[in-house]
Design a protein around this ligand. Structure first.
Ligand SMILES: *Cc1c(COP(=O)(O)O)cnc(C)c1O
Length: 217
């Protein structure tokens, strides 16, 4: 069995344990650092949702993959540099990592210019880790309010990556709570090692790389 099919089985089992329905969950196959051939195999098995964290890599791999395969939905999950906003908007249908007002403003300007609307998540740094992307907890409420009210972006939810050595559950619950306060319906949380917990805490989008594609170099 392919690692992809194997993961689908595991996911089915975890959904049952968490009491969640598969139609409420989007599985984003994180294909960063993986070659086109590996990605095409997973597409051939029927998967259409993929995630990448580097725009340079997306520009190299995805125009061809999208030409060969229709209905691909590409999710940008990496940190966003201002000068890459236009390319990210052009290449990705969903953006998970809005964490600066400047970047929100740039996306809004490009949407107005091109008249193309994308879906967005705001990334929250629930662990307040200085080296990590995401809005610090103390600034989160104001940031979310301003992004929703000042820019005409379709913000569907919140995203976070918990600190490596902490129990992810408290971070997932913090994120879920915050999303609820703002009536945001989507929660992008959970990776290969913590997706089960994320499902139990209400994740709607899980981002899984290693358990689908194998270890990265
Ligand atoms: C790499 C990455 C993932 C996937 O991680 P795995 O542990 O390989 O499942 C998920 N989210 C983000 C933001 C990533 O950069």
């Amino acid at each position: 069995m392919s690692t992809y099919k194997n993961f689908l089985n595991k996911l089915e089992n975890s959904l049952q344990i968490a009491g969640r329905r598969s139609e409420d969950i989007k599985l984003i196959a994180v294909s960063k650092k993986k070659p086109i051939t590996d990605i095409q195999s997973v597409i051939d098995e029927g998967h259409l949702l993929f995630g990448e964290n580097q725009i340079q890599e997306i520009e190299k791999k995805w125009p061809e993959l999208k030409k060969l395969n229709s209905n691909i939905e590409l999710h940008f999950i990496g940190s966003i540099q201002s000068r890459k906003v236009e390319s990210i908007h052009q290449n990705c249908e969903v953006i998970h990592s809005i964490d600066r007002i400047k970047v929100a403003k740039l996306f809004a300007e490009i949407e107005n210019l091109k008249n193309v609307r994308r879906k967005y998540f705001i990334q929250i740094n629930t662990g307040n880790e200085p080296q990590k992307s995401g809005v610090m907890l103390s600034e989160a409420n104001q940031f979310i309010t301003e992004s929703i009210e000042s820019y005409n972006l379709n913000i569907i939810g919140l995203m976070s990556i918990p600190p490596i050595n902490e129990d992810p559950k408290t971070h997932f619950l913090t994120l879920a709570d915050m999303a609820k306060n703002f009536n945001l319906s989507s929660l992008s949380m959970g990776m290969s090692n913590d997706f089960e917990t994320a499902l139990e805490c209400g994740a709607t989008h899980i981002r899984v790389g290693t358990k689908i594609f194998g270890e990265r170099n």
